[in-house]
Design a protein around this ligand. Structure first.
Ligand SMILES: [Zn+2]
Length: 362
C-alpha cells in the first residue's frame, strides 16, 4: 500500500493526493496551519484564577476532570491533583463497554491520588440497545460519515458534566483531549477536505443529510442524543456559553505539549497502572467499542484512526516515521476477542458482518 513519505497516511484515505515527492496534501495543509499552544506560563496564571474562584464559590473542588479511564484523562487528573495541588473531582460515565483494565486503573488512580470519582449512568440496557441498533443500520449501509453513530449514546457527555459542575459549584472543567487526535478522515467524510471542526455549519448539515438518507437512524433516542451533541459538542458551544456562562471548559494539551513518554512514566511509574492484556494499543483501550469502530474504518478505507493519530504526531515532531510504521503494524491490528466481547454484550456475533477473517483485514 502506498503511504505518504512524510507521514504514514495511506492512499486509501478519501481526498488524499500526493505531490511529486510523495508528500500528501494533509502534510502540506498542516504545514500552513501548525498547532499553536498557549504555554505553561499562561496555564499557571489561568489555574491561579481558579484557585481563588474555588474560595469565592465556596466549592469543595477546584476543577472537574472528565474521566474515561483512558490514559490522557488519567494523566490530567494526576497533573492537576499532584502537580498543581488542586482538589479534583473526576466524573466518569459508567459505560457498559469500559474495559476491565480501565476500571482497575481508575480505582488505582482514585486511591493513589485520593481523588473522588463520581459516576453517572443511563437506564440499564439503554446504551447497549442504542449501540446495537446503530451498528446494524450502519452495516446495512456502511459510510465513513456515519461511523460516529456507533458512539452516539455516550457522545453528549458534556451535557452531564456541566450539570454536575453546576451542582458542585465548580467553575472549571479540564479534559484530556489533544490536538493530534482529531481524525481528519472522519471529519472530512462529513465536511470535505480540510474540515477543522465538526460543528461548522456545513459539517452539521452534511452529517444530518447523511443520517436522514438512512431513515432507520431516526429514533426518539437517537434524535435526543443528536440534539444534545449539537448543543454541547466538545464543551465549547454557544449553548453552553449562554446557559453555563459561569463554567469554563478547557483542555490541558492545548496549553502544554503532549508528551507520551511523560504520560506513560506517570501512569505506570506513579499510579501503578497496568497495560490492557488483550489490547496492543495504549490509546483508547478504555472503551471497547473503539475496536468495532476501527473494524468499520478498516473495512471502508483499510486504515484505522491510529494511521491519522500517528501521522499528526509525525508532523508535530513527536514521533519518527520509522517508529510510527512499526507501531501501526502492532497497534493498528484489531483484536477479535474484544470485538466478540462487545458483540456478545448486545446479544450479537460477528456473523453480522457476514465476512471471513480475511475480508475483515485482520
Ligand atoms: Zn503526509
Amino acid at each position: 500500500m502506498k503511504r505518504c513519505k512524510k507521514c504514514i497516511l495511506p492512499e486509501t484515505i478519501p481526498f488524499i493526493e500526493f505531490n511529486e515527492e510523495g508528500i500528501c496534501n494533509y502534510c502540506l495543509l498542516e504545514a500552513k496551519q501548525p498547532v499553536v499552544l498557549s504555554g505553561k506560563k499562561a496555564f499557571d496564571e489561568f489555574i491561579d484564577y481558579y484557585r481563588q474562584e474555588k474560595k469565592r464559590r465556596n466549592s469543595k473542588y477546584h476543577c472537574i476532570v472528565p474521566m474515561s479511564g483512558g490514559r490522557d484523562s488519567s494523566y490530567v487528573a494526576w497533573k492537576m491533583a499532584r502537580e498543581y495541588g488542586l482538589n479534583v473531582l473526576c466524573v466518569n460515565y459508567a459505560n457498559p463497554f469500559t474495559s476491565e483494565q480501565a476500571k482497575i486503573n481508575m480505582q488505582k488512580l482514585s486511591e493513589e491520588l485520593g481523588v473522588e470519582i463520581v459516576q453517572y449512568r443511563f437506564r440499564p440496557g439503554l446504551h447497549e440497545a442504542g449501540f446495537a441498533r446503530n451498528l446494524e443500520i450502519w452495516l446495512q449501509n456502511p459510510s465513513l460519515a456515519t461511523v460516529n453513530m456507533l458512539c452516539l449514546p455516550c457522545k453528549p457527555f458534556y451535557w452531564e458534566i456541566f450539570r454536575i459542575a453546576r451542582r458542585n459549584r465548580v467553575g472549571l472543567i479540564i479534559d484530556g483531549s489533544n490536538p493530534y487526535e482529531v481524525t481528519s478522515f472522519k471529519n472530512d467524510a462529513v465536511g470535505g477536505f480540510g474540515t477543522k471542526a465538526l460543528y461548522s455549519r456545513t459539517a452539521i448539515m452534511n452529517f444530518i443529510k447523511n443520517v436522514l438518507k438512512r431513515s432507520s437512524y431516526i429514533t426518539p433516542r437517537n434524535i435526543e442524543s443528536m440534539l444534545k451533541v449539537f448543543l454541547v459538542m466538545d464543551g465549547n458551544t454557544p449553548f453552553l456559553h449562554l446557559f453555563y456562562s459561569d463554567i469554563r471548559k478547557t483542555a490541558l494539551f492545548y496549553w502544554i505539549p503532549y508528551d507520551e513518554k511523560e504520560i506513560e512514566r506517570v501512569l505506570y511509574g506513579e499510579l501503578g497502572w497496568e497495560k490492557s492484556k488483550d489490547n496492543e494499543s495504549p490509546w483508547r483501550f478504555d472503551c471497547e467499542i473503539d475496536s468495532i469502530k476501527n473494524l468499520c474504518f478498516k473495512r471502508l478505507i483499510d486504515a484505522t484512526e491510529k494511521d491519522d493519530l500517528f501521522s499528526r504526531n509525525i508532523r508535530a515532531g513527536l514521533m519518527a516515521r520509522d517508529e510510527a510504521m512499526k507501531r501501526i503494524e502492532r497497534e493498528g491490528r484489531i483484536n477479535l476477542s474484544i470485538v466478540d466481547r462487545v458483540l456478545a454484550k448486545v446479544g450479537k456475533d460477528r456473523s453480522l458482518w457476514g465476512l471471513s477473517k480475511k475480508a475483515l483485514y485482520i
